[in-house]
Design a protein around this ligand. Structure first.
Ligand code: SAM
Length: 236
């Protein structure tokens, strides 16, 4: 009985996600509430040495090193509660996350306290003060959790300095779940990046051996298959 009710609720939510008006409401009140609960319960893991090692090996797997962005402005889209981009030593991290204020309030050890600036809003909202401010933009395991992919990509383009790079890594899947409101195919992503004005400089698949909690091991953050895109904003 419980299982049947649960499946019915999931069906209602995923159908609601197909409706333009309901989508941001379901995202805010259902999906993001689940996300917040997860982060609050996950706080001890985020504080552990083991987690820091896993994150460092994930960044190194992608080819990043801790000192490469010292004194640079890095916009982290969907920064989360652990602020994993603090991997980049001495970078000025500008964290954007709609749950930022809730994380700060409910998680005493919240990593966001290390950020240079915090915007507690969805990445779909354009922050005018960040126009051409970023030397680098990064987003890890977020874009399939959001609700308006195209608007976010346009905003990332707006935040980058000419010639700067964005690194976007997330799961692609052709279905919607309660935690993943957007069905993203690789084709849709590439089309959106190019329409925003980006050149796609590299695409990689999977997560390698870096993240032991990936499901199934090495292939996705949670659902579908992980893809990572390196994008460049043209110089002129
Ligand atoms: C799975 S967590 C990943 C957090 C972080 N990037 C990390 O890897 O630790 C997903 C994050 O995306 C955020 N998120 C969901 N929808 C978003 C949106 N529309 N704009 C920006 N962030 C969003 C959530 O609040 C959550 O913190």
């Amino acid at each position: 009985m419980r299982e049947r009710l649960r499946n019915a609720a999931i069906r209602v939510i995923t159908r609601g996600y197909r409706c333009r008006i309901l989508k941001p409401l379901i995202w805010k009140y259902v999906t993001q509430s689940k996300e917040l609960r997860f982060h609050v319960s996950d706080a001890p893991r985020g504080n552990s040495e083991q987690f820091r090692k896993e994150i460092a090996s994930l960044f190194e797997y992608f080819g990043f090193s801790p000192d490469q962005l010292a004194n640079k402005t890095v916009v982290d889209i969907g920064a989360g509660s652990h602020l994993i981009t603090s991997f980049f030593r001495d970078a000025k991290i500008v964290a954007i996350d709609p749950l930022a204020n809730r994380y700060l309030k409910e998680i005493p050890s919240c990593g966001l306290r290390k950020a240079h600036k915090i915007y507690s809003c969805p990445a779909e909202t354009r922050i005018e003060g960040l126009e051409s401010a970023a030397d680098f933009a990064i987003s890890i395991n977020v874009l399939d959790h959001a609700y308006e992919f195209e608007a976010i990509i346009d905003n990332i383009y707006f935040y980058l300095k000419p010639g700067a790079t964005a690194f976007l890594s997330f799961d692609c899947h052709d279905y919607i779940t309660t935690l993943h409101p957007i069905d993203l195919s690789v084709e849709r992503c590439k089309k959106t990046f190019e329409s925003a004005g980006f050149s796609i400089t590299k695409v990689s698949r999977g997560l390698g051996p870096a993240l032991p909690c990936a499901i199934p091991l090495g292939s996705a953050y949670g659902d579908g298959e992980a893809f990572s895109f390196w994008l460049t904003k043209p110089k002129a």
